[in-house]
Design a protein around this ligand. Structure first.
Ligand code: NAD
Length: 373
């Protein structure tokens, strides 16, 4: 098997030392500014294997330092592929001893949703910065517990919303902020895929997933609606649809919801595990911008009402995301996806489920500027 060299140090980073020395470091352990940050991936499923680990071979400011897995067979394969010593391989039981591993700076939790809070909190207690995959947890209460644990341990926290580091998404946010075509009047966001994988998979098991399409793809449509409008919603009304109840026994298949925004704009989201949809549309007073696809691994594509085609070079979104978080830790740059944003979205998710339970009742939301980036 081909070995991939670990890249502990990056001499080029030393060029940035002037800014580094003045930056606030949150971690109790002082970090050498020349050092790349070591990332431990917790859970070696498809996202870790095919997206995050390959991206960590490209990152400028972090590298794969350790793995945490419950599947012994994966240990040898990953150790050989990524040249990891046995001292950098953990399982779910001995995970807490990662506190003693000085090479691990960031723990990235990539487990089924109901396990996010437990492992994020344990990582914080081990003194490690945390990236928690989306959705941040399965309840607002769990999001609070993660945020509190990170604050108490004085470690940084982010959620795996990779699109905030992605240029098409950043362009939408910029156009909205700069009122490119005036005020936003309406935003529509669809995020869905057709699922027919094994009925025993964890995404169909509410105890592990916390919910269905809304918890999985729905967070993308909620995110698109918020950065596509530049505001947090003040109310939501939601509806649920099921066309394959035999398959989706325990989790939601299709959900639509409508938001009201503070400036009077409307938002409409669609999410499903029953069809492939992946687009966003922001309608301003005098024009519009649309992305299709809007939230896959890229390259994304977009155009505007006056014929402008958005065109940005493609890079791994996961590489950009992890480097942005590492720069936040190393250089004190903005945390593009703070824990509060994951919590904000969980408040909205809970409100959507509540609206459905109450027959489509309008649920007020009091989010202020929470999680707006
Ligand atoms: P996956 O099913 O491919 O992998 C899940 C991993 O968790 C496996 O390694 C599995 O062994 C492990 N695991 C531990 N306990 C388990 C249990 N009780 N049941 C099932 N698996 C268990 O899932 P994935 O697609 O890698 O998703 C993992 C997380 O990453 C999820 O929270 C998901 O929402 C998130 N994710 C995010 C993105 C993104 O673009 N940000 C993309 C895919 C997945």
């Amino acid at each position: 098997m081909k070995k991939i060299n670990r890249r502990k140090f990056n001499a080029s980073l030393a060029l940035g030392m002037g800014t580094v020395m003045t930056s606030p470091l949150a971690c109790a352990t002082a970090i050498s500014p020349q050092k790349k940050l070591g990332v431990a991936l917790v859970g070696l499923g498809s996202y870790s294997e095919y997206q995050l680990a390959p991206a960590l071979l490209e990152t400028a400011h972090c590298y794969l330092a350790a793995i945490v897995t419950g599947t012994p067979a994966k240990e040898k394969i990953w150790a050989e592929k990524y040249n990891l010593p046995s001292t950098h391989i953990y399982n779910y039981e001995n995970f807490d001893s990662i506190a003693n591993n000085k090479e691990v700076d960031i723990v990235y939790v990539v487990l089924p949703n109901s396990m996010h809070a437990d492992f994020s909190i344990r990582a914080a207690k081990a003194g490690k910065h945390v990236i928690c995959e989306k959705p941040m947890a399965v309840s607002v209460e769990e999001c609070d517990a993660i945020i509190n644990a990170c604050e108490k341990a004085k470690v940084k926290l982010s959620v795996g919303y990779r699109l905030h580091s992605e240029p098409y998404t950043q362009e939408i946010k910029k156009m909205v902020k700069e009122k490119y075509y005036g005020e936003v009047r309406y935003v529509a966001a669809d995020a869905a895929y057709f699922s027919n994988s094994h009925p025993n998979q964890w995404r169909l098991d509410r105890k592990l997933s916390g919910g269905g399409a809304l918890m999985n793809m729905g967070v993308y449509s909620i995110q698109s609606a918020i950065y596509g409008s530049g505001q947090n919603p003040v109310s939501v009304i939601a509806q649920e649809f099921s066309t394959r109840p035999q398959y989706f026994k325990d989790t939601d298949e299709t959900i639509t919801a409508q938001f009201e925004f503070p400036n009077g704009a409307m938002g409409s989201i669609f999410t499903s595990h029953n069809v492939n949809m992946n687009r966003s549309h922001t309608a301003f007073e005098k024009g519009w911008v649309a992305l299709n696809p809007a939230n896959n691994y890229g390259p994304l594509a977009g155009h505007t009402s006056d014929g402008k085609v958005l065109n940005f070079p493609h890079e791994s979104q996961q590489k950009l995301q992890m480097d942005d978080f590492a720069k936040h830790i190393l250089f004190g740059s903005e945390n593009l996806v703070p824990g509060e944003m994951g919590k904000r979205d969980m408040i909205i998710i809970e409100a959507i489920y509540k609206s459905i339970q109450e027959g489509g009742k309008k649920i007020p939301l009091d989010l202020g500027m929470m999680g707006i980036v």
